[in-house]
Design a protein around this ligand. Sequence first.
Ligand SMILES: Cc1ncc(COP(=O)(O)O)c(C=O)c1O
Length: 427
Amino acid sequence: MSPDRQSLEPAAAIDAADPLAGFRDEFVHADDEPDLIYLDGNSLGRQSLRSAAAVVEALEVQWGRRLIRGWNEGWFELPRRVGDQIADLVGASPGEVVLADSTSVSLYKAALAALGARPGRTRILTDDLNFPSDVQVLRAVAAAAGPDHEVVVVGSDGVHGPIDAIRAELEADGGDRVALVSLSHVAYRSGWRWDLAEVTALSHGHGALMLWDLCHSVGAVPIDLTAAEADLAVGCTYKYMNGGPGSPAFLYASARLPELVNPVAGWYGSEDPMGFDFDAGRALGVDRFLTGTPPILSTVPVGPAVDLLLEAGMDRLHAKSVALTERFIALVDQWLVPLGFEVWTPRDPTQRGSHVSLRHPEARAVGQALIHEESVIPDFRPPNLLRFGFAPLYVRHTDVDEAVARTVRVVNGGGIDRWRDVAPVVP
Ligand SMILES: Cc1ncc(COP(=O)(O)O)c(C=O)c1O
């Protein structure tokens, strides 16, 4: 028999026993929207009280009163200091992670650095589950590397990572053409999660370097870059890390690979940024991947937000993520599949991140109706996917039940017809 709300343990009881429940109070919840169910923390995480306080302090005291002295009072070291916190979260060592540019720019630097370390190899390998910006960046990297370079995008079934096709491309043409494999650890559409260590080992076995995009996994699933022998990784800090809109991305470069050169040199990546020397050498460690002045105001909220994840612990967060997503999928099977929805995310929790995608021909209209009529915020990815993100720091089991119930209400209550023609700029 399919599970239903009766056969599942009551959500309120699970929430009452949840050891992470108190973390929800660390976040801002608007008084005038008490019924809001926010399931888009996989796009933009909630604002934590600690981050908000840190931003106010940075504005009023650091910038407002201390002015340029701020650079000697913590700003200069900030990208590395937060980088070291993130290193803790992703199984890296201090000095291997730095916070700086957007994910796209960080990816560009990391990918071009990797090509420089694999002369004679001309291919970058990725898959069609990857984020469009990543593929656009990788193509720009190939163009910058030379006319003989190319990006090979292997096809998938739309849900699962195409491991056999990746292996076949690595082995193709003598097995020595691929310089770099670059994949999203968790795919933004289906939520598929690669095995970091397995794919990294596969790439290394064919002489290629491995570059991971951790945007949709960091803060949601345990990551151990050291154990996986990862070479390079990038990730944004505004999704499950709750760093705020447009907060800077992080870049990880393994200390095993000091030969990797940042292709976008600049004073902050030099050995002596304040030496004002045309001929300054490159910084040692991951600092060499910095370029210009770090965005201090948007870096400030990240540190306190990472502290929350570290305090909660990634193993506990992941266990809760699995419980939330399992419950959601069970309820979708019971209530939404009969209404024309299809689960577009792997059912094996070891193969997914913390969001679940549902395919439906009217996904955009359902999403708009949920937002405007039912105070549920998922997001929409064209042409037909609704994504529900379960950020374990602040989403409750009762939210899962309510979100499904409200989706049923939208569909049965004519919401699709009312919202079919609405297409917001950011879906
Ligand atoms: C998986 C993934 N990679 C890359 C990006 C691009 O990040 P940015 O806009 O910070 O460059 C995103 C943005 O959502 C993403 O989800």
